[in-house]
Design a protein around this ligand. Structure first.
Ligand code: PLP
Length: 398
């Protein structure tokens, strides 16, 4: 990407980009399954690589969305008023503590812009959700990454220590060029791509160790799949925490692009200044309201996903592959090394199974499989068994 940009400028093409853009590598974090299909010319048989829901959306939300199509000629309410009011009532907070955006991806960008853009610094687990790293890069934010623990959980103590360490640097050097302290900390709980989850007490200990000026993006995209009821309560009362939830996962509406943040009203008001005016369509707003009202549907999806995870752990045992405990709608299968995981992933892609893998140690020894439907899991299990044949050609196979 960088080479292409330079060549283009040198050839007397359009005017040069600002240095931030000229210096970016191909930053957009994901190659979509459609792009992979165009490369190979073959369609995927199963799509378990992007953590999408295999169980569709609430039939009631679907009916509302279909009805709202009649008003596609109108912009949506730019204040997302009714959806925000429903969300506030659902969580027992004020409307001013809720911000609606076009996916958590959109909300993360607002947070990075508002608290770190143009020379700030942020902290995230090494190899966690790539979109956060992408936003940091595109808004000129330096990023400190902290390795996962050996047990594949986010190392909360090390994350807090990293934020404190850069705070010391900040006091010494207020230069505003990325050498200052971190002001934004990203934490997905449950985490992607590991699938692991930590209870509220652990998150509270982490918050207690964080410097006061750090804002925390608490990404709860997978909260509906987390184990215990208290996990689904919102962590409120700390002005540094912005909790993000989405209709993309358990609600089965990833393509609708609608999510929300709950946080301190002053923080929400600040982010609101940056928000894209018509970023969330009327169809998405109305469908989200209906989806929120259909909690029985979400609970049913969560039950099916839990059964699917159990089935995957069983597949792992049958194939002699350890699996990572998961509080999400996917399971990481441990292939023992990065090379082996990459070989198996390539074999699965070649056999029509869309799959992705964690990029960084210690999780890069794994491939990540979405639970899918029972029929999809049967195909995935059969293809995984076949794909393991490629390992006989690799060193280190027993
Ligand atoms: C899927 C996912 C999201 C979803 O983002 P949307 O933009 O709301 O679709 C956010 N965070 C993580 C960690 C995810 O895996």
């Amino acid at each position: 990407m960088r080479a292409a940009v330079q060549e283009w400028n040198a050839a007397g093409g359009p005017p040069p980009f600002v240095s931030l853009v000229a210096g970016l590598d191909a930053a957009n974090p994901f190659v979509g399954p459609e792009a992979l299909e165009r490369t190979t010319g073959a369609r995927f048989r199963v799509r378990v690589g992007a953590n999408e829901s295999a169980f569709g959306m609430s039939p009631r939300a679907r009916a509302v969305a279909a009805g709202a199509l009649d008003r596609l000629s109108w912009y949506g309410d730019p204040e997302n008023h009714d959806l925000r009011a429903d969300l506030a009532a659902y969580h027992g907070v004020d409307g001013g503590q809720v911000l609606v955006g076009a996916g958590i991806d959109d909300l993360l960008a607002l947070l990075v812009r508002a608290f770190a853009a143009g020379g700030g610094r942020a902290v995230m687990p090494h190899g966690s959700y790539a979109t956060f790293a992408y936003h940091a890069a595109t808004f000129g934010v330096a990023l400190d990454t902290v390795p996962y623990r050996a047990d594949d959980h986010v190392d909360l103590a090390a994350m807090a220590a990293q934020a404190r360490a850069s705070e010391t640097t900040r006091r010494r050097n207020l230069s505003g060029d990325g050498n200052g302290g971190a002001t934004v900390v990203y934490l997905a709980n449950p985490d992607n791509p590991s699938g692991t989850w930590q209870p509220e007490a652990a998150v509270r200990r982490f918050l207690a160790e964080l410097p006061d000026h750090c804002i925390v993006a608490l990404d709860e995209a997978y909260i509906d799949y987390a184990p215990t009821a208290p996990a689904r309560e919102l962590l409120t009362g700390d002005a540094r925490v912005v909790t993000m939830r989405t209709f993309s996962k358990a609600h089965g509406m990833a393509g609708a692009r609608v999510a929300y943040a709950v946080g301190d009203a002053r923080v929400c008001a600040g982010l609101d200044r940056l928000r894209l005016q018509f970023g969330v369509s009327r169809v998405a707003q109305e469908a989200a309201r209906a989806a929120l009202a259909d909690q029985a549907f979400v609970a049913d999806v969560a039950r099916r996903v839990a059964a699917g995870r159990d089935a995957y752990h069983e597949v792992g045992r049958a194939l002699g592959l350890p699996t990572v405990p998961s509080a999400t709608n996917f399971v990481c299968f441990d292939l023992g090394s990065r090379a082996r995981a990459e070989a198996v992933m390539a074999a699965l892609l070649g056999r029509g199974v869309f799959v992705r893998k964690p990029p960084a140690p210690p999780l890069d020894r794994c491939i990540r499989l979405g639970v899918g439907t029972e029929a999809e899991r049967d195909i995935v299990a059969a293809e995984l068994r076949r794909a393991l044949d490629v390992l006989t050609e690799l060193p280190g196979d027993g």
